[in-house]
Design a binder for this molecule. Structure first.
Ligand code: F6P
Length: 320
């Protein structure tokens, strides 16, 4: 491998810039040429790319979003699109591609690998829903953004003695919801991984809390469940407690990355380049128990992630 291409794909996540910087600087350190591809696989298809230098990735570690921009490419999900992507990579002399993104982006990388491209995946998504790794870039910043919103909403909920229903991102996963429920002191957290009964799991804890003297109530709903407005109306009807819903939305994807996201992105980026240096490719970089490891891309994509039962238990015990 002499020339590495790097792209960000799918939903952006805070810390992606730190990963781009790490891939670029570690790449140059190890003697590779590094090319930045704009707008994910769309940019690969259209040859929208330029060489990255030590300086071009300066002053970006603290910035949210991705300087390379990102996209969800419909064309690249076709066989023809993948072939076109590969041939454009060849035009630019790219012989290995580092993809920073989530499962959908890794499927694109796997398709390229099947045609002979050498690929490395770096997990970048706020959802923390990639099975082979216990951490994905952006997850910590997103959770801190949610927590900041929870604290603010709690102030007004207390003043008015209200209930707040907050819907948070995570696609089909409840990782952001479950952690923010614990950190924000929610009465109930509703996630896709767990069956729930609205009366038993939401209404009862709210009424019991009121009987013990609670002055405000917080229900976190993962977007994989959705329906925050309907849940809020149901709570109001059943309990007579005025209830407001907040769908936090894309604010969760922005902002300056936290310390954890910057360090994890830096470690993952350097590790990705070291894999290529060692002649290892078609791997996904992962964090397991704080250590950097890697998985074969086909294996990584066949793995399934289960939610941490301990977090669910803690949330329930402490909600009282
Ligand atoms: O994967 C990150 C994420 O923010 C999910 O939490 C959410 O379901 C999705 O992306 C939203 O995608 P879009 O920005 O395309 O609306």
């Amino acid at each position: 491998v002499r020339t590495i291409g790097v792209l960000t794909s799918g939903g952006d996540a805070p810390g992606m810039n730190a990963a781009i910087r790490a891939v670029t600087r570690a790449g140059i350190y190890h003697g590779f040429k590094v090319i930045g591809i704009r707008k994910g696989y769309e940019g690969l298809l259209h040859g929208d790319m330029e060489e990255l230098t030590l300086r071009s990735v300066g002053d970006i570690i603290q910035r949210g979003g991705t300087i390379l921009q990102t996209a969800r490419s419909a064309e690249f999900s076709t066989e023809e699109g993948v072939k076109r992507g590969l041939s454009m990579a060849q035009v630019f002399g790219i012989d290995a591609l580092v993809v920073i993104g989530g499962d959908g982006s890794f499927r694109g990388a796997r398709d390229l690998a099947r045609l002979g491209m050498k690929v490395i995946g770096i997990p970048g998504t706020i959802d923390n829903d990639i099975a082979c790794t216990d951490y994905t870039i952006g997850y910590d910043t997103a959770m801190n953004t949610v927590l900041d919103a929870i604290d603010k909403i709690r102030d007004t909920a207390y003043s008015h003695e209200r209930c707040s229903v907050m819907e948070v991102m995570g696609r089909h996963a409840g990782w952001i919801a479950i952690n923010c429920g614990i950190a924000g002191g929610a009465e109930a957290v509703i996630i896709p991984e767990q069956h729930f009964d609205i009366d038993k799991d939401i209404i009862l804890p709210i009424i019991e809390g009121r009987n013990r003297g609670k002055k405000n109530y917080l229900v976190i709903v993962a977007e994989g469940i959705g329906g925050a407005a309907e849940i809020a109306r149901y709570i109001e009807e059943k309990t007579d407690i005025i209830t407001r819903e907040t769908i936090l939305g894309h604010i969760q994807r922005g902002g300056s990355p936290t310390m954890t996201d910057r360090v994890m992105a830096s470690r993952m980026g350097v590790y990705a380049v070291e894999l290529l240096k060692a002649g290892k490719y078609n791997r996904i970089v992962a964090s397991q128990g704080g250590k950097m490891v890697d998985y074969d891309i086909e294996e990584a994509l066949s793995m399934e992630k289960t939610i941490d039962e301990e977090l669910i238990k803690i949330g329930k015990i402490l909600a009282l």
